[in-house]
Ligand binder design. Structure first.
Ligand code: DGL
Length: 270
Protein backbone atom coordinates (compact mmCIF):
# COMPACT_ATOMS: atom_id res chain seq x y z
CA UNK A 1 0.00 0.00 0.00
CA UNK A 2 1.19 3.56 -0.71
CA UNK A 3 0.64 6.68 1.34
CA UNK A 4 -1.07 9.65 -0.36
CA UNK A 5 1.64 12.17 -1.35
CA UNK A 6 -0.07 15.20 0.19
CA UNK A 7 0.59 13.89 3.67
CA UNK A 8 3.82 12.01 2.95
CA UNK A 9 6.79 12.77 5.16
CA UNK A 10 9.59 14.76 3.56
CA UNK A 11 13.21 13.73 3.01
CA UNK A 12 15.94 16.27 3.78
CA UNK A 13 19.10 16.44 1.66
CA UNK A 14 22.09 18.76 1.95
CA UNK A 15 25.51 19.52 0.54
CA UNK A 16 28.10 22.27 0.76
CA UNK A 17 26.55 23.61 -2.42
CA UNK A 18 25.02 22.38 -5.66
CA UNK A 19 26.94 19.08 -5.89
CA UNK A 20 24.34 17.17 -3.88
CA UNK A 21 21.83 17.88 -6.65
CA UNK A 22 23.43 14.84 -8.36
CA UNK A 23 22.16 12.77 -5.40
CA UNK A 24 18.81 14.63 -5.24
CA UNK A 25 18.23 13.69 -8.91
CA UNK A 26 18.71 10.00 -8.11
CA UNK A 27 16.45 10.18 -5.03
CA UNK A 28 13.73 11.88 -7.08
CA UNK A 29 13.89 9.04 -9.65
CA UNK A 30 13.51 6.36 -6.95
CA UNK A 31 11.11 8.19 -4.62
CA UNK A 32 9.03 10.57 -6.77
CA UNK A 33 6.13 10.68 -4.32
CA UNK A 34 8.19 12.00 -1.40
CA UNK A 35 8.51 15.72 -0.80
CA UNK A 36 12.18 16.70 -0.91
CA UNK A 37 13.92 19.57 0.89
CA UNK A 38 17.43 20.39 -0.28
CA UNK A 39 19.89 22.77 1.36
CA UNK A 40 22.82 24.09 -0.69
CA UNK A 41 25.19 25.67 1.80
CA UNK A 42 26.85 27.64 -0.99
CA UNK A 43 27.44 30.63 1.29
CA UNK A 44 29.90 28.46 3.25
CA UNK A 45 31.37 26.30 0.48
CA UNK A 46 33.77 24.74 -0.26
CA UNK A 47 33.63 22.35 2.69
CA UNK A 48 36.51 20.34 1.26
CA UNK A 49 39.02 23.02 2.14
CA UNK A 50 37.62 23.82 5.63
CA UNK A 51 38.44 22.48 9.08
CA UNK A 52 36.39 19.42 10.08
CA UNK A 53 34.95 21.30 13.12
CA UNK A 54 33.54 24.01 10.84
CA UNK A 55 31.93 21.45 8.54
CA UNK A 56 30.45 19.67 11.57
CA UNK A 57 28.92 22.89 12.90
CA UNK A 58 27.39 23.79 9.52
CA UNK A 59 26.06 20.22 9.15
CA UNK A 60 24.51 20.34 12.60
CA UNK A 61 22.69 23.60 11.86
CA UNK A 62 21.40 22.40 8.51
CA UNK A 63 20.29 19.08 9.95
CA UNK A 64 18.39 20.97 12.69
CA UNK A 65 16.69 23.08 10.01
CA UNK A 66 15.67 20.04 7.93
CA UNK A 67 14.39 18.27 11.04
CA UNK A 68 12.42 21.39 12.03
CA UNK A 69 10.69 21.09 8.64
CA UNK A 70 9.66 17.51 9.45
CA UNK A 71 12.45 15.48 7.84
CA UNK A 72 13.23 12.27 9.72
CA UNK A 73 15.38 10.90 6.91
CA UNK A 74 18.31 13.22 6.21
CA UNK A 75 20.74 12.52 3.37
CA UNK A 76 24.20 14.04 3.74
CA UNK A 77 24.81 14.37 0.00
CA UNK A 78 28.41 15.37 0.54
CA UNK A 79 31.42 13.10 1.08
CA UNK A 80 33.24 15.79 3.06
CA UNK A 81 30.33 16.45 5.46
CA UNK A 82 29.67 12.72 5.86
CA UNK A 83 33.18 12.06 7.19
CA UNK A 84 33.09 15.18 9.38
CA UNK A 85 29.58 14.93 10.79
CA UNK A 86 27.54 11.75 10.36
CA UNK A 87 28.66 10.11 13.59
CA UNK A 88 27.86 13.18 15.72
CA UNK A 89 24.55 13.87 13.94
CA UNK A 90 23.43 10.29 14.65
CA UNK A 91 24.31 10.72 18.32
CA UNK A 92 22.56 14.11 18.57
CA UNK A 93 19.37 13.05 16.77
CA UNK A 94 18.62 9.38 17.35
CA UNK A 95 15.05 9.89 16.07
CA UNK A 96 16.41 10.60 12.57
CA UNK A 97 17.91 8.24 9.97
CA UNK A 98 21.03 9.79 8.42
CA UNK A 99 22.20 8.48 5.06
CA UNK A 100 25.77 9.40 4.16
CA UNK A 101 27.85 9.17 1.02
CA UNK A 102 31.38 7.83 0.71
CA UNK A 103 33.68 7.30 -2.25
CA UNK A 104 32.68 4.08 -4.04
CA UNK A 105 35.93 2.18 -3.52
CA UNK A 106 34.18 -1.15 -3.08
CA UNK A 107 32.42 -1.11 -6.49
CA UNK A 108 35.53 0.36 -8.12
CA UNK A 109 37.80 -2.43 -6.86
CA UNK A 110 35.22 -4.99 -8.01
CA UNK A 111 34.98 -3.40 -11.48
CA UNK A 112 38.68 -2.88 -12.11
CA UNK A 113 40.37 -5.40 -14.40
CA UNK A 114 43.92 -4.14 -13.86
CA UNK A 115 43.66 -3.61 -10.08
CA UNK A 116 44.67 0.03 -10.49
CA UNK A 117 42.01 2.41 -9.22
CA UNK A 118 41.95 6.21 -8.87
CA UNK A 119 39.92 8.33 -6.44
CA UNK A 120 39.18 12.01 -7.08
CA UNK A 121 37.79 13.83 -4.03
CA UNK A 122 38.26 16.88 -1.85
CA UNK A 123 41.32 17.20 0.37
CA UNK A 124 39.03 17.01 3.44
CA UNK A 125 37.58 13.66 2.36
CA UNK A 126 40.90 12.05 1.44
CA UNK A 127 42.71 13.01 4.62
CA UNK A 128 39.85 12.03 6.95
CA UNK A 129 40.21 9.06 9.28
CA UNK A 130 36.97 7.58 7.97
CA UNK A 131 38.26 7.51 4.39
CA UNK A 132 41.69 6.26 5.46
CA UNK A 133 39.95 3.37 7.24
CA UNK A 134 37.97 2.57 4.08
CA UNK A 135 41.19 2.71 2.07
CA UNK A 136 42.92 0.31 4.45
CA UNK A 137 40.20 -2.27 3.71
CA UNK A 138 40.95 -2.27 -0.03
CA UNK A 139 44.71 -1.62 -0.11
CA UNK A 140 45.49 -5.35 -0.31
CA UNK A 141 43.12 -5.84 -3.24
CA UNK A 142 44.09 -2.92 -5.45
CA UNK A 143 46.65 -0.22 -6.10
CA UNK A 144 44.70 2.91 -5.17
CA UNK A 145 45.82 6.33 -6.43
CA UNK A 146 44.39 9.29 -4.52
CA UNK A 147 43.93 12.60 -6.30
CA UNK A 148 42.74 15.61 -4.28
CA UNK A 149 41.08 18.24 -6.48
CA UNK A 150 41.30 21.62 -4.70
CA UNK A 151 39.27 24.32 -6.43
CA UNK A 152 37.21 21.98 -8.60
CA UNK A 153 34.01 21.91 -6.49
CA UNK A 154 34.23 25.69 -6.20
CA UNK A 155 34.60 26.08 -9.97
CA UNK A 156 31.60 23.78 -10.62
CA UNK A 157 29.67 25.80 -8.03
CA UNK A 158 29.81 28.79 -10.42
CA UNK A 159 27.35 26.92 -12.68
CA UNK A 160 29.30 26.86 -15.96
CA UNK A 161 30.31 23.23 -16.46
CA UNK A 162 32.24 24.05 -19.60
CA UNK A 163 34.26 27.02 -18.34
CA UNK A 164 38.00 27.14 -19.14
CA UNK A 165 38.71 26.91 -15.39
CA UNK A 166 36.63 23.73 -14.95
CA UNK A 167 38.24 22.17 -18.05
CA UNK A 168 41.74 23.08 -16.91
CA UNK A 169 41.24 21.64 -13.40
CA UNK A 170 39.77 18.38 -14.72
CA UNK A 171 42.74 18.01 -17.11
CA UNK A 172 45.23 18.80 -14.35
CA UNK A 173 43.79 16.28 -11.89
CA UNK A 174 43.21 13.56 -14.49
CA UNK A 175 46.75 13.56 -15.79
CA UNK A 176 48.50 11.82 -12.83
CA UNK A 177 45.78 9.16 -12.88
CA UNK A 178 46.24 8.60 -16.59
CA UNK A 179 49.98 8.26 -16.06
CA UNK A 180 49.38 5.77 -13.24
CA UNK A 181 47.40 3.62 -15.71
CA UNK A 182 44.22 3.34 -13.64
CA UNK A 183 41.25 1.72 -15.41
CA UNK A 184 38.59 2.82 -12.88
CA UNK A 185 38.11 6.19 -11.22
CA UNK A 186 35.85 6.92 -8.25
CA UNK A 187 34.07 10.29 -8.33
CA UNK A 188 34.41 10.90 -4.59
CA UNK A 189 32.74 14.30 -4.42
CA UNK A 190 29.08 14.86 -5.29
CA UNK A 191 29.98 17.87 -7.44
CA UNK A 192 32.03 15.78 -9.86
CA UNK A 193 29.27 13.74 -11.60
CA UNK A 194 28.24 17.01 -13.26
CA UNK A 195 31.62 17.05 -15.04
CA UNK A 196 31.79 13.27 -15.64
CA UNK A 197 31.95 13.79 -19.44
CA UNK A 198 35.02 16.01 -18.99
CA UNK A 199 36.70 13.42 -16.73
CA UNK A 200 35.84 10.71 -19.25
CA UNK A 201 37.38 12.71 -22.10
CA UNK A 202 40.50 13.53 -20.05
CA UNK A 203 41.02 9.96 -18.76
CA UNK A 204 40.19 8.19 -22.01
CA UNK A 205 37.39 5.87 -23.13
CA UNK A 206 38.89 2.78 -21.46
CA UNK A 207 38.48 4.21 -17.96
CA UNK A 208 35.24 3.53 -16.06
CA UNK A 209 33.87 6.18 -13.71
CA UNK A 210 32.12 5.20 -10.46
CA UNK A 211 29.44 7.45 -8.97
CA UNK A 212 27.47 6.49 -5.85
CA UNK A 213 24.27 8.53 -6.36
CA UNK A 214 22.09 5.50 -7.25
CA UNK A 215 23.15 3.29 -4.29
CA UNK A 216 22.69 6.30 -1.96
CA UNK A 217 19.19 6.81 -3.35
CA UNK A 218 18.41 3.09 -2.80
CA UNK A 219 19.65 3.41 0.77
CA UNK A 220 17.36 6.46 1.20
CA UNK A 221 14.34 4.41 0.07
CA UNK A 222 15.27 1.66 2.58
CA UNK A 223 15.57 4.17 5.43
CA UNK A 224 12.31 5.89 4.43
CA UNK A 225 10.50 2.57 4.56
CA UNK A 226 12.01 1.72 7.95
CA UNK A 227 11.21 5.14 9.38
CA UNK A 228 7.71 5.63 7.97
CA UNK A 229 6.52 2.07 7.37
CA UNK A 230 5.33 2.72 3.81
CA UNK A 231 6.37 4.39 0.57
CA UNK A 232 4.52 7.37 -0.94
CA UNK A 233 2.43 6.97 -4.09
CA UNK A 234 4.91 7.26 -7.01
CA UNK A 235 2.11 8.36 -9.36
CA UNK A 236 1.70 11.68 -7.55
CA UNK A 237 4.97 13.67 -7.72
CA UNK A 238 5.52 15.68 -4.53
CA UNK A 239 7.03 19.18 -4.38
CA UNK A 240 10.79 19.77 -4.20
CA UNK A 241 12.00 22.83 -2.30
CA UNK A 242 15.57 24.08 -2.53
CA UNK A 243 17.14 26.41 0.04
CA UNK A 244 20.47 28.17 -0.25
CA UNK A 245 22.77 30.18 1.99
CA UNK A 246 24.27 31.61 -1.19
CA UNK A 247 22.82 33.31 -4.24
CA UNK A 248 19.24 32.28 -5.04
CA UNK A 249 19.39 33.32 -8.70
CA UNK A 250 22.46 31.14 -9.32
CA UNK A 251 20.81 28.11 -7.70
CA UNK A 252 17.64 28.73 -9.72
CA UNK A 253 19.65 28.81 -12.94
CA UNK A 254 21.67 25.69 -12.07
CA UNK A 255 18.55 23.76 -11.02
CA UNK A 256 16.83 24.67 -14.29
CA UNK A 257 19.82 23.31 -16.25
CA UNK A 258 20.69 20.24 -14.19
CA UNK A 259 17.33 18.95 -12.94
CA UNK A 260 14.44 17.63 -15.01
CA UNK A 261 11.68 18.28 -12.46
CA UNK A 262 10.22 21.52 -11.10
CA UNK A 263 11.58 23.05 -7.88
CA UNK A 264 11.14 26.18 -5.80
CA UNK A 265 14.20 28.13 -4.61
CA UNK A 266 14.42 30.26 -1.49
CA UNK A 267 16.92 31.62 1.00
CA UNK A 268 17.94 29.36 3.88
CA UNK A 269 16.45 31.00 6.97
CA UNK A 270 18.78 32.08 9.77
N1 DGL B 1 30.21 18.01 -2.70
C1 DGL B 1 31.08 17.89 -1.58
C2 DGL B 1 31.60 16.46 -1.44
O1 DGL B 1 30.95 15.53 -1.87
C3 DGL B 1 32.25 18.82 -1.43
C4 DGL B 1 32.19 20.15 -2.00
C5 DGL B 1 33.04 21.14 -1.28
O2 DGL B 1 34.26 21.00 -1.12
O3 DGL B 1 32.45 22.12 -0.85
O4 DGL B 1 32.62 16.23 -0.85
Amino acid sequence: MSLPSASSPVVGVFDAGVGGLSVLRAIRRQLPGAGLLYVADSGHAPYGEREAAYVLERSRRISDFLRSQGARVVVIACNTATVAAIKTLRELSPDTAFVGVEPGLKPAVALSRTGRVGVVATTGTLKSEKFQALLATYRQQAEVHLQPCPGLAHAIEQGDLDSPQVRELVQRYSSPLREAGVDTVVLGCTHYPFVAPLFQAALGPGVQLVDTAEPVARQTVTQYLKMHGDLPDPAVPAPVHLYTSGDEATLRQIAAQWLDFPVTVQALPG
